[in-house]
Write a protein that binds this ligand. Structure first.
Ligand SMILES: N#Cc1c(-c2ccc3ccn(Cc4ccncc4)c3c2)n[nH]c1N
Length: 269
């Protein structure tokens, strides 16, 4: 069935961009089921308070566990279409024997495990992804602890080593990386470039299109092999460019490369 995406945030308008373009169309096609929720709808007081001072002191404010608990209890209980949502009638006996839907709670945080393509591939297999977007100094740590110890699959994730003001931008990044892996979301599935296709975690080679000569940069002179029509040579050339690029820009990836994946030609280079 469709992947259900729930985002809980104090800035729901920040997520409206998801209703456009790729995600918007997949939404319309029934491939993705997006729900953006305002955390303040679960506050308990007239001032709709979501934060308080840190226990133990320190600067800034921390988001209240009770408000998050009320919101996440509701969102994690959202009905999911009984798979397979097909012509087959979802008879009680059949539904009862189906595996429980896989619901995942994702909490963006600067102190999270790094979100990578592998993380995206793993999360793309879920039935529901609930994203808890924090602000201020973050969400009370007992929230992640409570749901994890209640049997919920919880992932505290960071999109990289730089500091943001909240989780919303990270959620946009994660949703785009995950949604594009779902069948049917991308018009041209062949553009789903697995790391393996880029040569076991190599960076991609540079791409070009017409005109062949542009502002004095003439590919007929600098990259003649690309115009040769000799696809074996072109593939070799592109692989060499990918290896060279990776060595310069991402030595960390080079270190992780399986040497067996680099054939003799690469090692000579
Ligand atoms: N994913 C991710 C992130 C975040 C991130 C995510 C959620 C929150 C909630 C609150 N903040 C602000 C804050 C809190 C504590 N320390 C510093 C900044 C966030 C930052 N920053 N950098 C990333 N790669």
């Amino acid at each position: 069935g469709p992947l259900r995406l729930d985002v809980v945030t104090i800035f729901p308008d920040y997520l409206r961009v998801l209703d456009l373009s790729l995600i918007g169309r997949a939404h319309a096609d029934g491939l993705l089921d997006l729900h953006v929720h305002d955390l303040r709808d679960w506050t308990h007081d007239r001032h709709r308070t979501v934060d308080d001072t840190p226990i133990g002191g320190g600067a800034g404010m921390v988001m209240k566990p009770d408000v998050w608990g009320s919101a996440l209890d509701d969102v994690l209980a959202a009905p999911l279409p009984a798979a397979p949502a097909s012509a087959e009638v979802a008879e009680p006996t059949k539904v009862a024997s189906l595996p429980a839907p896989r619901r995942v709670l994702v909490i963006p945080t600067p102190s999270g495990e790094l979100f990578t393509q592998r993380t995206a591939e793993n999360l793309a297999g879920a039935d529901q992804l609930v994203f808890a977007c924090g602000r201020y100094e973050g969400i009370d740590a007992r929230v992640a602890e409570h749901y994890a110890s209640s049997g919920v699959e919880v992932h505290e994730l960071s999109i990289g080593d730089y500091v943001l003001n909240g989780g919303e931008a990270a959620v946009l990044v994660m949703i785009e990386a995950i949604a594009r892996l779902r069948p049917g979301v991308l018009g041209n599935p062949e553009s789903i470039v697995e790391e393996s296709h880029t040569g076991a975690g190599l960076l991609e080679y540079p791409v070009y299109t017409r005109p062949v000569a542009w502002r004095g940069l003439d590919l007929a002179a600098t990259e003649p092999v690309l115009l040769s029509g000799d696809h074996a040579r072109i593939d070799r050339h592109r692989r060499d460019q990918a290896v060279a690029r990776t060595a310069v820009r991402r030595p960390d990836l080079m270190a992780r490369l399986d040497p067996a994946r680099l054939d003799a030609g690469d090692r000579a280079a």
